[in-house]
Design a protein around this ligand. Structure first.
Ligand SMILES: Nc1ncnc2c1ncn2[C@@H]1O[C@H](COP(=O)(O)OP(=O)(O)OP(=O)(O)O)[C@@H](O)[C@H]1O
Ligand SMILES: [Mg+2]
Length: 200
């Protein structure tokens, strides 16, 4: 099997696993993930990018409420209108007008004043389909986060890059490609996994 085929087989497996979680399991996971994030990310940060859950991904609503309560500004990814397969980060508040993008995912309606540069975030929380014990990330397969973060990845202003997942999305070792952006940690309801430094 080629690397591409094996990545796609793994994607199907993990997506089925997380979609099989019950509403109560999702709710418990969302609360536990916020508790883990609080252990790892100081409440003094100024801006976090996050995502709205889709396709069984962990729900970050408790994190969004926490950020707003502690005056941490939040951003959401929006499909870039011109640069194919890139994301833009847009400021997100309780007043933000939302719309559905071409994948049916809610995103802030594009407004230039709301754009925030990637490097202006202290942390970027991103969804993933699978991860391994070295904190390697397998995404949905579009390369959107990989492309968007390729430039900032080696910058000294690099935001912390944190993958968020359910525990059932873990495998021993993922076939990783040179373009896969390395993460600082993967956070699940029960684990904070860092490269070469598993804290499980
Ligand atoms: N920085 C980049 N520049 C150009 N192409 C890229 C870049 N990063 C990834 N790609 C391309 O995107 C495609 C999908 O990449 P990959 O399988 O790693 O997606 P993914 O990490 O699962 O998705 P995502 O980042 O959207 O969650 C690959 O064909 C890869 O060549
Ligand atoms: Mg990738």
């Amino acid at each position: 099997m080629s690397t591409m085929e094996s990545r796609n087989t793994l994607r199907r497996y993990f997506r089925n696993a997380r979609n099989a979680l019950s509403a109560q399991q999702q709710k418990n996971a969302a609360a536990a993930i916020l508790d883990q994030i609080k252990l790892f990310i100081p409440a003094s940060i100024k801006r976090a990018a996050l995502y709205l859950a889709n396709d069984g991904e962990p729900d970050l609503t408790p994190l969004i409420m926490y950020c707003w309560q502690y005056n941490i500004a939040t951003s959401l990814p929006v499909l870039h209108p011109f640069t194919k397969k890139h994301l833009l980060m847009l400021n997100y508040t309780d007043q933000t007008v939302m719309r559905k993008n071409r994948f049916g995912i809610a995103e802030p309606a594009l407004e230039c004043q709301a754009i925030r540069l990637t490097v202006h975030h202290d942390v970027i929380f991103m969804p993933l389909v699978g991860f391994d014990k070295e904190a390697n990330r397998l995404g949905m397969g579009g390369g959107f986060y990989d492309r968007t973060l390729a430039n900032v990845c080696h910058s000294p202003l690099r935001p912390k890059l944190i993958g968020i997942a359910h525990d059932c999305q873990q495998t021993d070792s993922l076939p990783i490609q040179p373009w896969d952006v390395p993460l600082d940690a993967i956070i699940t309801p029960t684990q904070i996994i860092q490269p070469n430094n598993s804290l499980e």
